[in-house]
Design a protein around this ligand. Structure first.
Ligand code: SAM
Length: 282
């Protein structure tokens, strides 16, 4: 399937856009079903547009946006356009900033009430496009707390939203843990795995719990990778080139290729070029 209008509708930390050529050249030539258990912004899914696919992410607000765009794209566009035009009416930087924080509070209020509706999806995308670096970060209470970024662009490309909606009609969309998402994967299916990164610094305890994905989660994922391999699934996994990842996937007959990347979201300029690995079991 090919549709040049389809592209990610959010900016997402760890987005795989720059690794797409390396990912594509390592794809299995043929596969049945496509699974992406950590879909995030969907850079890979929206590039490949597989006809039979299951996408999943544990972030319920993100998945709500996928579902609303799939089911009610016009209502979604209407809600986002309303937020954008209200933003454009704000004549000064300070008024724009004030409006962003007002919407962020409204968004958090709806999150706390678990109101997963089209308005929440519009707020989610608007905030993603106007917050600092497109980051998604919540505090201990689960409230989104990323500051304003002074940007005044429109939040979405309408053609892309309609293209995404059309594509998603044939896709299964889940919002749980990666293990549940992959439980029906069978021989000949392709599973693309882009989990939260393993910490670059193995001595820092704190970094092991980044995004709630701790060392046990990485171990649980490596076990799933072995199980999917035993079932005969094609698996490809990307992560930082760290000791932990090499420990978990090394010496098992998997192919581990090291690739260089520019790091987009990193406040430390010295750390903006790094190494990632692409691991394949075929
Ligand atoms: C590195 S990002 C994926 C980026 C994506 N490949 C892209 O191009 O935008 C990792 C994603 O894993 C999700 N995640 C974290 N823990 C998870 C879990 N236990 N099960 C499923 N998804 C999880 C996060 O919400 C995040 O969106």
């Amino acid at each position: 399937m090919g549709n040049s209008n389809v592209a990610p509708f959010v900016k997402w930390a760890g987005g795989k856009r720059q690794l797409l050529p390396q990912i594509k050249e390592r794809m299995p030539k043929k596969y049945n079903y496509y699974y992406e258990p950590f879909v995030g912004g969907g850079a890979v899914t929206f590039e490949l547009l597989p006809a039979n696919a299951l996408i999943n992410d544990i972030n319920k607000a993100l998945i709500n946006a996928y579902r609303q765009i799939c089911n009610v794209p016009e209502a979604f566009l209407e809600a986002v356009n309303k937020l954008d035009s209200e933003m454009l009416e704000k004549r000064t930087e300070d008024l724009g900033k004030e409006y962003y924080y007002f919407l962020r509070e409204h968004y958090n209020d709806k999150l706390m009430k678990a109101e997963y509706d089209v308005e929440l999806a519009a707020l989610f995308v608007f905030i993603n496009k106007h917050c600092f670096n497109g980051l998604y970060r919540v505090n201990g209470k689960g409230l989104f707390n990323v500051p304003y970024n002074n940007s005044r662009r429109v939040s979405v490309d309408e053609k892309a939203i309609m293209g995404i909606s059309e594509y998603l009609q044939g896709v299964t969309i889940m919002d749980g843990d990666f293990e549940i998402a992959c439980k029906d994967a069978k021989k000949g299916d392709f599973v693309f795995i882009d989990s939260p990164y393993a910490p670059l610094n193995p001595t820092s305890f704190e970094s092991y719990t980044k995004e709630g994905f701790d060392i046990e989660s990485h171990q649980r994922l490596a076990k799933l990778f072995d199980e999917l391999t035993a079932k005969g699934c094609y698996c490809m996994l990307t992560n930082h080139n760290t000791e932990l990842i090499n420990e978990l996937y090394g010496n098992k007959g998997y192919i581990i290729d090291v690739v260089s990347v520019k790091r987009m979201i990193n406040s430390d300029a010295s750390n903006r070029v790094g190494e990632e690995v692409i691991i394949c079991n075929y």
